[in-house]
Ligand binder design. Structure first.
Ligand SMILES: *Cc1c(COP(=O)(O)O)cnc(C)c1O
Length: 394
């Protein structure tokens, strides 16, 4: 791999105002607009600076452990008897997930902007750990807001953040989970905007965050595209990723966006099933998943008839959020990507199947994507060379 992980200017979204078609934008208090403007400029300058790019690429290689491999899941593929399945191994990145890609990029940007204090939100604690890690590496003060309910059920990650020198602040408002932690992190940022950088964890929030997070995560797809060609001799027919806020999915999809015969599939958390409303499948349930604004961005939001955010449910904390990144809403509307869901039970079964057949224990989040692969693979030929016709909506 060369150091040139991040390509900008090769995509037409978002526009100048931060919109991906109808979605995205900047729905924030007036006091944050100058800070977002400053961030847009600093980000553009950083991305155009070979030194910044080189530093990030060097850390990706020597600290994060990139490139992460693509692993051929032969026993799983044979077991399913259809499509050949390859896994992009973000579980092998430092701290155990893709979150470090984004945390490192944003922390480098914070340092470049002269901000010595970083605030972050976390649900399950994975983004908190990644932010604390990147902050420790770069000598930044790190404050992580976390719902007190989440702190109680994710003790090991709270412990890790403390070890890494971060301050984990319990949030007692609302449902005391991720959405409330984001509110608190934004409140802190508004108050301390001169000295503080908000290190947002997924492809969400006001512009430029969805774009910035996508770009920092696009290393996943850039590597995967090269690696699959090396391993399989051609591009994949289908790319599947789970979608919480949507950062790992958009990071994978981005490199394939112009390969129009590569089908892109996002998998949301189907929880206990769609009909009972206990899920986090923002796209799958038109009764409660509708266009709305949450935490700075316009996208699909799970809400009741009055526009109140409804409680979500998923077995996996990382997918358990009421909104979804605006670029996914755009990719869905423009039919470049399709979205489906896997239930808790399907994800658990997928986790067990992959563990037993491949010796790889996936995260519960990723297990949702594995579940979709398990459903689809048997319906596909062993070597799918799809006739090159444009994809159609189903
Ligand atoms: C946090 C997390 C997710 C959900 O976040 P996205 O922004 O949707 O990627 C998914 N998978 C894993 C392994 C995670 O840690």
């Amino acid at each position: 791999m060369t150091g040139d992980y991040i390509k900008t200017g090769t995509t037409n979204v978002p526009d100048e105002r931060g919109y991906f078609g109808d979605f995205g934008g900047r729905f924030v208090p007036e006091t944050l607009i100058p800070a977002l403007d400053e961030l847009v400029i600093a980000y553009r300058e950083a991305m155009a600076d070979p030194e910044f790019q080189g530093r990030l690429a060097h850390l990706q290689r020597t600290y994060t452990g990139r490139p992460t491999p693509v692993t051929y899941a032969k026993r799983l593929s044979d077991h399913l008897g259809g499509a050949q399945i390859y896994l992009k191994r973000e579980d092998l990145a430092h701290t155990g997930a893709h979150k470090i890609n984004n945390a490192l990029g944003q922390a480098l940007l914070a340092q470049r902007m002269g901000k010595k204090r970083v605030v972050a939100e976390t649900g399950a604690g994975q983004h908190g750990v990644a932010s604390a890690t990147a902050s420790a590496l770069l000598g930044l003060e790190c404050i992580v807001y976390m719902g007190s309910v989440d702190m109680a059920r994710q003790q090991p990650n709270v412990f890790r953040m403390k070890l890494l020198g971060a301050t984990c602040v319990p949030v007692e408002s609302g449902s005391k989970t991720l959405k409330d932690a984001i509110n608190e992190a934004i409140r802190d940022w508004v108050t301390n905007v001169e000295t503080t950088f908000y290190l947002l964890g997924s492809a969400l929030g006001p512009h430029p965050y969805p774009m910035m997070v996508r770009d920092f995560q696009s290393v996943i797809g850039i590597e995967a595209r090269e690696q699959i060609v090396q391993e399989a001799g051609r591009l994949p027919d289908v790319c599947i990723a789970c979608v919480g806020g949507g950062s790992n999915a958009i990071g994978l999809f981005h490199a394939f966006r112009e390969d129009e015969y590569v089908e892109l599939i996002g998998v949301e958390a189907g929880g206990h099933g769609i009909s009972g409303g206990e899920h986090a499948a923002r796209f799958a349930d038109p009764n409660i998943g509708r266009i709305g604004v949450l935490q700075g961005t316009k996208s699909f939001v799970m809400q009741n008839a009055d526009g109140q955010i409804v409680n979500t449910h998923s077995i996996s904390a990382g997918l358990d959020y009421a909104s979804v990144g605006p670029e996914h809403a755009y990719l869905r509307q423009s039919e470049r990507a399709y979205y489906t869901y896997a239930t808790d039970d399907e994800a658990l079964n997928a986790l067990q199947t992959l563990s037993k057949l491949e010796g790889i224990i996936p995260a519960l989040e990723s297990s949702h994507a594995v579940a979709e692969a398990i459903k689809r693979a048997p319906t596909m030929p062993k070597d799918t060379h799809r006739a090159h016709q444009p994809l159609r909506a189903r």
